[in-house]
Write a protein that binds this ligand. Structure first.
Ligand SMILES: [Zn+2]
Length: 395
């Protein structure tokens, strides 16, 4: 239900912006932006944002004290809820019947318009437009007018990282004065994955709030939620939750590095997920075989695609992690773990080497020798009959 309504949001946003001429130049470019589908959730305001308690607490405290900053820098990894948090804040600020400070009712006219992507006072700014400096100029003119109908207006610049490009310097400089002193009831949120790359003049005019990678249990919870459950995580709709097996869910969570978007992408591409898991198994088998030819073969196959090689190594790491957990749970002597720990370390080093532009097959082959040596150490061999079967290998 919520999903269907949100599907219509792109078109309703264009009609909303064309009906308000001042906003049209700023808004119209954003409506066709790929992947800019509205979140399928009702915005509940800040209480609906999960996994970012430090951020939501800071914002709620500021609201209580009446000291909300006019410019924020939402900084953190992709898929951790930055844009959603901005929208949740907007919802709370404009809700006509807020149940609490920082919360939104999800039902009033303002909330309704927001959930349809049709609130004229929420101004998404498309950073990918050509002629960025001129677009910023238009935005500044737009922001000189008071909110159309809400208590506050908010512009979300996402991804603000693009201001760090040399060609965007003029645009960034034009924004400075407005960023420092916007008209009353105007809030500006810069969404970035790497605030440190932005001009210091931009950074210093904003209050920076750091978003952390989502914890595994929160990711697991969010990945298995029905879509209508009303929890705001990210403004990007990554599609419905995908019921994966426990092992697939584990793998997707481990691969995601705390990003809901990345976890959902991993689950959406099951075939790749299974391919990577199978390739990780082959690597482990080759390492355990101790045979050089098998290692070279497995390494060249797993290292053929640099990007996929990283994913395969993540799967291998996860696979070894499972063995380690099982060994710990079975209270095997600590010496039994040293081989696994060394193997985990070798896996991480190989990932770093590939990131550092060592040829992937070479890095993997070197890793296999280390992993093979580590796992064939005598302490571990005596422990191996009791080793629990990792859930990863389950069907
Ligand atoms: Zn409301």
């Amino acid at each position: 239900m919520a999903r269907e309504r949100n599907r219509a949001s792109s078109s309703s946003l264009s009609s909303a912006s064309s009906s308000s001429s001042a906003a049209s130049s700023v808004d119209s470019g954003t409506t066709s932006r790929p992947g800019d589908e509205r979140s399928p959730v009702e915005l509940l305001g800040l209480p609906g944002v999960r996994g970012q308690s430090a951020v939501t607490r800071a914002l709620t405290d500021a609201l209580h004290a009446g000291r909300l900053h006019h410019a924020y820098l939402f900084d953190g990894p992709e898929g951790t809820g930055k844009a959603t948090c901005a929208r949740a804040l907007f919802a709370a600020l404009n809700c006509q019947d807020p149940p609490a400070v920082g919360a939104a009712c999800g039902r009033c006219e303002s909330c309704y318009k927001l959930s349809h992507g049709a609130h004229p006072d929420l101004i998404p700014f498309d950073m990918s437009l050509s002629g960025l400096a001129d677009e910023v100029e238009r935005l500044i003119r737009r922001l000189q007018a008071p909110p159309f109908e809400g208590r506050v207006q908010m512009v979300i610049l996402d991804p603000a990282d693009l201001f760090a490009m040399p060609t965007a310097a003029t645009a960034a400089n034009r924004l400075l004065k407005t960023l420092e002193e916007p008209r009353p009831n105007t809030h500006i949120v810069l969404v970035t994955q790497s605030a440190s790359s932005l001009l210091p003049t931009l950074r210093s005019r904003c209050q920076r709030l750091r978003f952390v990678p989502l914890a595994d249990d929160i990711l697991r919870h969010l990945l298995t939620l029905p879509p209508e459950s009303g929890v705001a995580v990210d403004a990007v709709d990554y599609g419905p939750p995908i019921a994966g097996s426990d092992a697939e869910l584990d793998a997707a969570i481990a691969l995601s590095q705390g990003s809901l978007g990345a976890a959902k992408r991993a689950l959406a591409d099951r075939e790749r997920l299974q391919q990577c898991a199978a390739a990780a198994e082959s690597l482990l088998a080759a390492a355990r075989s101790g045979r050089a030819t098998q290692m070279v073969e497995a390494a060249s196959s797993a290292g053929a695609d640099r990007e996929q090689a990283q994913e395969i190594l993540e799967h291998l790491w996860l696979r070894l992690q499972h063995e380690l957990r099982a060994a710990v749970q079975q209270r095997q002597p600590p010496t039994a773990h040293s081989g696994l720990i060394a193997a985990l370390r070798a896996t991480r080093s190989a990932g770093l080497a590939i990131r550092g532009y060592t040829a992937a097959p070479l890095a993997i082959e070197r890793m296999l020798r280390h992993v093979g040596d580590a796992l064939s150490a005598p302490t571990l061999a005596s422990a191996s009959p009791q080793r629990g079967r990792p859930s990863h290998a389950r069907e």
